[in-house]
Design a protein around this ligand. Structure first.
Ligand SMILES: Nc1ncnc2c1ncn2[C@@H]1O[C@H](COP(=O)(O)OP(=O)(O)O)[C@@H](O)[C@H]1O
Ligand SMILES: [Mg+2]
Length: 273
């Protein structure tokens, strides 16, 4: 029997995979999601979502993907790792991703094939083409230039490619060196970690999603307070601590995570606040 079923849960509540079912809509996450949705629907072009490691960028991206998945007029594609070394490789991967058939041999040919595709889908068929790129800090300057070219394609009313880049702040200086890339940013938003009440709500939300329906809270308020202090509201850190805390209480045959549980965790892992 798994550790979580002992606690009355059907699923693992604090997995660190970016599962939209466990995405708690804090003010910052919800704002990012809503503003992205609007920018995409208005076909305004480029959105940049910034945030530290573990703040929820990948989860947000998957949630956004889900938002549009049943809408026929939207074509969404996702690149999880854009660390392509050469422009040619990058363009090739885009052509493959968009399912474009071409015998193109040069970067120029590939760009033309992409342009043709964007005009065909975006104008002739009136589709909204969305490219979601995660780990934006891995995009080279050269490949940013290639993306900028794609962002140039537009009609009088809208851009043909909706580009969403999720990134750590390291990308910013690179982007800032390209003036006409900065000019094209329709939405720039930084995801913030949770505050203390949100930390509590996120923990409760994830427990509920995992099937917890016992009236006794699984975490005491003081334990949550301590988790907040240790993590400063960073989602990934919260998930990791909560996961370990649940394992401890199962091991010790306790029914609740309290301050002592968190303390014993700190002793084991020597986590520094
Ligand atoms: N809004 C959120 N609600 C619940 N869990 C979240 C939220 N944002 C992030 N997490 C959790 O934090 C962890 C890291 O999220 P992730 O999206 O991979 O962050 P990033 O891509 O910014 O590094 C995952 O376990 C994810 O489930
Ligand atoms: Mg990520």
């Amino acid at each position: 029997m798994s550790y979580y079923s002992v606690l009355g849960l059907q699923k693992e509540p604090f997995s660190t995979s970016p599962d939209p079912d466990f995405f708690y809509r804090s003010i910052s996450h919800e704002t990012a999601l809503k503003r992205l949705e609007i920018t995409i629907r208005l076909r305004r072009g480029l959105s940049l979502i910034l945030g530290d490691v573990g703040v929820g960028k990948t989860t947000l991206m998957r949630t956004l993907l889900q938002t549009f998945k049943d809408e026929e007029d939207f074509i969404l594609h996702m690149i999880l790792d854009p660390g392509y070394k050469s422009e040619f490789q990058f363009l090739q991967s885009l052509v493959r991703l968009f399912d474009i058939t071409t015998s193109s041999k040069s970067a120029l040919d590939l760009k033309e094939a992409l342009e043709k595709y964007l005009f065909y889908q975006g104008v002739d068929k009136d589709k909204t083409i969305v490219l979601l790129i995660d780990e934006g800090q891995k995009i080279t300057l050269e490949n940013l230039e290639a993306l900028r070219t794609l962002l140039n394609y537009e009609t009088n009313e809208y851009k043909l490619l909706q580009l969403v880049i999720m990134t750590q702040v390291e990308l910013l200086p690179r982007v800032k060196r390209m003036r006409n890339f900065m000019d094209r940013i329709a939405l720039k938003y930084t995801i913030n970690p949770f505050d203390e009440p949100e930390t509590k709500k996120m923990v409760e939300f994830r427990l509920n999603q995992a099937g917890y329906n016992n009236p006794t809270p699984l975490f005491t308020d003081d334990a949550i307070k301590m988790i907040y202090q240790l993590t400063q509201g960073h989602p990934r850190k919260i998930a990791m601590i909560c996961h370990d805390a649940l394992e401890i209480i199962v091991m010790k045959e306790q029914v609740q995570v309290d301050v002592q549980t968190i303390n014993s965790l700190l002793e084991i892992h020597e986590i520094n606040a």
